[in-house]
Design a protein around this ligand. Structure first.
Ligand code: ADE
Length: 230
């Protein structure tokens, strides 16, 4: 049977989903909160994973291996890397890659994870099609592209340019590629849904707080509407 795993890094990104769970049970593993139940009738597990790639990788591993998720969605906010993608828009992932992973001195491409031969972990096309449908019906602009992840908040034009030298990312955040990597290894379909909270530039520190609250909740709401169709 289908169980959808939903992973968010910050409380604002998952709190409305947790509040909507029926038959809610909670379990904390290694300090990480997991909430189980049904969401509008769909069995779901929601993780509040904390910031960054290791937290995200641990959440993805546990949500699949311990909680039995058959599908995984990462919901949250991101900074835009494209002039075509504005604050308030959504990005759904074709795939996700690390912008801070470099084994190039040993002959690998920048960003390539040795032995996987991949710089970008592909995401699930059927889940993406559902996401595009739901988000556009919700009245938002939705873009399909690569999500760039790293253990850095991007807050300058220089950092943004550095990412784009190596990776054709549409938005930047800190978890999506780790979750996509784990799901790729485990053979579980995965999607990253990100609402844009800031420009990943010098204005980010001003834009992020308010837009993060608004769009973190919007992303969760869109993901909730997708669940029955995964
Ligand atoms: N999440 C939201 N905005 C971000 C940014 N500018 N950098 C990294 N993660 C983010």
């Amino acid at each position: 049977e289908k169980t959808v795993g939903i992973i968010g890094a910050m409380e604002v990104e998952v709190t409305n989903l947790i509040a909507a769970l029926e038959n809610h049970t909670a379990e904390t593993i290694a300090g990480m909160e997991f909430h189980c139940g049904t969401l509008d009738g769909t069995p779901a597990v929601i993780a509040l994973c904390g910031i960054g790639k290791v937290n995200a990788g641990m959440a993805a591993t546990l949500i699949v291996d311990h909680f039995g998720a058959t599908h995984v969605v990462n919901t949250g906010v991101a900074g835009t890397l494209s002039d075509q993608v504005g604050i308030g828009d959504f990005v759904v992932s074709t795939g996700a890659g690390y912008h801070d992973f470099d084994v190039s001195p040993l002959g690998f491409r920048y960003g390539e994870v040795p032995y996987t031969k991949l710089c970008v972990f592909p995401n699930d096309e059927a889940m993406r099609a559902v996401a595009v449908d739901v988000i556009s019906a919700g009245g938002y602009k939705v873009h399909e592209g690569i999500v760039a992840s790293g253990d850095q908040f991007i807050g300058s034009a220089g950092q943004k340019q550095d990412i784009l030298k190596h990776l054709d990312g549409m938005c930047c955040e800190m978890e999506g590629a780790a979750i996509s990597h784990v799901c790729y290894l485990m053979g579980v379909p995965c999607l990253v849904v990100r609402a844009i909270s800031d420009g990943a530039n010098e204005q980010s520190i001003d834009d992020f707080p308010a837009w993060c609250a608004k769009m973190g909740a919007a992303s969760a709401d869109m993901v909730r509407q997708m669940l029955p169709r995964f």
